[in-house]
Design a protein around this ligand. Structure first.
Ligand SMILES: Nc1ncnc2c1ncn2[C@@H]1O[C@H](COP(=O)(O)OP(=O)(O)OP(=O)(O)O)[C@@H](O)[C@H]1O
Ligand SMILES: [Mg+2]
Length: 502
């Protein structure tokens, strides 16, 4: 008994088709094969064989080659051509013994070749061998299929994971974007809040200044207005006293005594001087009041033609207390080199705020230098104005510019921080002294609200010059209420004047 094939539980389950045109051969072979427990079907020709296979594909075919009408080769060819029958093992049976015939049989897909007359054992061993091969092949295919299925499932899982990962990444990116947006909104809000606080501070400062100016204006008006009369009356009285002296050189002893006690000669000489200094003082108060009123024009809604020099002078008067001599330092000299410039269409209150920021920075820089230098130096703030036809830097030949330079011989700005000085909240000053908004706000007022330019040139130890360029014409309806994003101005530029020469 030959060994049982691994896939087939018993030989009785195995269906073998025997094809031979010789009925005797067919019968003998069938009897042998059947006697070993296999199920056998018979086909007397190639055509019958094909039909039998079509009805029920067998597990193996024993196929004679030499047959009329359709030989074994053609039967084999047709079976191999069909995807459903191509894997059925075919063992050729033939009395043809040439190598060519065998080669053809194998080329057409035959699994084996048995030469007639055959040995029964040989046939059975070969059948068994082919069945085992077929079973192994089926098992391999099944395994392959299972592997393919597992592979598919894995692929699907990987795809799902990849998709999930992509979605995760997308939602992470969205989240990051949202966080960034929120952070940006928060930053903008903080900035707007601080700007608002600054502008409210300026506006309430302006209101206080306007209020004080208004209150002082009337009394100073009385004083200033009456000083003329006082001078006139004083002159009249002095004339009369002089006449008395001339015509009554010997007055009553009581009057003579009073003249001596009162030091009349000194009074007569000093009185005009007193009145003169009262006039100077009153004029000064009047100037301060005017400056305060001018400076307080902070929240003006429309641009107007303004004299820049008045704005600069008003700001200087407001800052007078910081410029003059202090207990720990000498006075700062303010050099003015005002050129011939036309009125500029501008928001004067806002420009004054810029002048205030720049002059305050200049004073701070001088005070900082005074704290660190060994040898005494003469602190100077120089303010120059001039008209220029074109800007070297910007090559705009059609625009006329008013240039305002505010230079100091203070501490200067280190090159590595020059890029940052226009950034909001950038300050090198101690907490409580600087908010770091002065230059940021000034930049926004000059560049965004007046279409101007703001540049800085500085050298450590020598000083700093800030150049403002204002175009002569400014659009009337600038939206000044919006908070814009920060633009960083070019920090170090070659300016025409030399700070070192001050
Ligand atoms: N003239 C100057 N000389 C030297 N450093 C200056 C000068 N002007 C500005 N800076 C530098 O630029 C920084 C930013 O100036 P900015 O006016 O914006 O803020 P701040 O003066 O520090 O504070 P704030 O003006 O808000 O009170 C200053 O802290 C200082 O380091
Ligand atoms: Mg400042």
């Amino acid at each position: 008994m030959f060994p049982q094939s691994p896939s087939i539980a018993s030989a009785s389950n195995v269906d073998i088709l025997i094809v031979d045109d010789e009925p005797t051969n067919l019968r003998v072979l069938s009897t042998i094969v059947r006697s070993y427990g296999y199920q056998v079907r018979q086909a007397i020709s190639g055509i019958v064989a094909l039909r039998a296979v079509q009805i029920q594909p067998p597990d193996l075919i024993l196929l004679d080659i030499m047959m009329p009408e359709m030989d074994g080769y053609r039967v084999c060819e047709q079976l191999k051509f069909n995807s459903e029958t191509k894997d059925i093992p075919i063992i050729f049976l033939s009395s043809l013994v040439s190598g060519m015939d065998k080669a053809k049989a194998f080329q057409l897909g035959g699994a084996d070749y048995i030469t007639k007359p055959f040995q029964v054992e040989e046939v059975l061993v070969r059948i068994d061998y082919q069945l085992t091969l077929r079973t192994l092949q089926i098992q391999l295919q099944q395994k392959n299929n299972r592997l393919r299925e597992q592979n598919e499932r894995l692929k699907q899982e990987i795809e799902i994971r990849q998709q999930t990962e992509v979605e995760l990444r997308r939602s992470e990116a969205q989240l990051q974007g949202r966080t960034q947006q929120l952070q940006q909104a928060l930053d903008e809000l903080k900035l707007a809040q601080t700007q608002l606080a600054q502008s409210e501070k300026m506006s309430s400062l302006g209101q206080i200044a306007a209020g004080i100016a208004h209150e002082i204006n009337n009394p100073i008006g009385f004083i200033y207005g009456n000083l003329d009369y006082a001078s006139e009356y004083m002159e009249a009285l002095i004339n009369i006293i002089n006449l008395y002296n001339k015509y009554y050189p010997q007055p009553h002893p009581e009057i003579a005594k009073r003249i001596q006690v009162s030091e009349l000669d000194f009074v007569l000489k000093d009185f005009p001087k007193v009145l003169k200094s009262m006039l100077v003082g009153a004029e000064r108060i009047r100037d301060i009041v005017l400056s305060m009123r001018y400076f307080s024009g902070y929240d003006q809604a429309y641009a107007q033609q303004e004299d820049i020099h008045i704005g600069l002078d008003s700001t200087l008067i407001i800052l007078q207390s910081r410029i003059k001599e202090q207990t720990n330092r000498v006075a700062i000299e303010v050099k003015k080199e005002y050129g011939e410039i036309p009125p500029v269409n501008c928001y004067s209150g806002r420009l004054n705020q810029v002048f205030m920021n720049l002059l305050s920075n200049a004073i701070d820089a001088i005070e900082e230098k005074l704290e660190v230098v060994e040898e005494p130096f003469h602190p100077i703030i120089k303010i120059c104005t001039q008209l220029s036809n074109s800007s070297k830097q910007f090559q705009d030949k059609n625009t006329q510019w008013v240039e305002i330079r505010i230079a100091d011989n203070g501490i200067g700005i280190a090159p590595q921080i020059q890029r940052s000085i226009f950034d909001p909240f950038f300050t090198t000053k101690p907490v409580g002294k600087g908010t770091g908004l002065g230059l940021f706000i000034s930049y926004s007022i000059i560049v965004e609200q007046h279409n101007g330019q703001l540049q800085c040139n500085s050298e450590v130890g020598k000083g700093t010059e800030i150049l403002i360029r204002l175009p002569i014409e400014v659009p009337q309806s600038l939206d000044v209420s919006t908070t814009r994003k920060v633009k960083i101005a070019p920090s170090s530029l070659s300016l025409e004047s030399d700070i070192g020469e001050m």
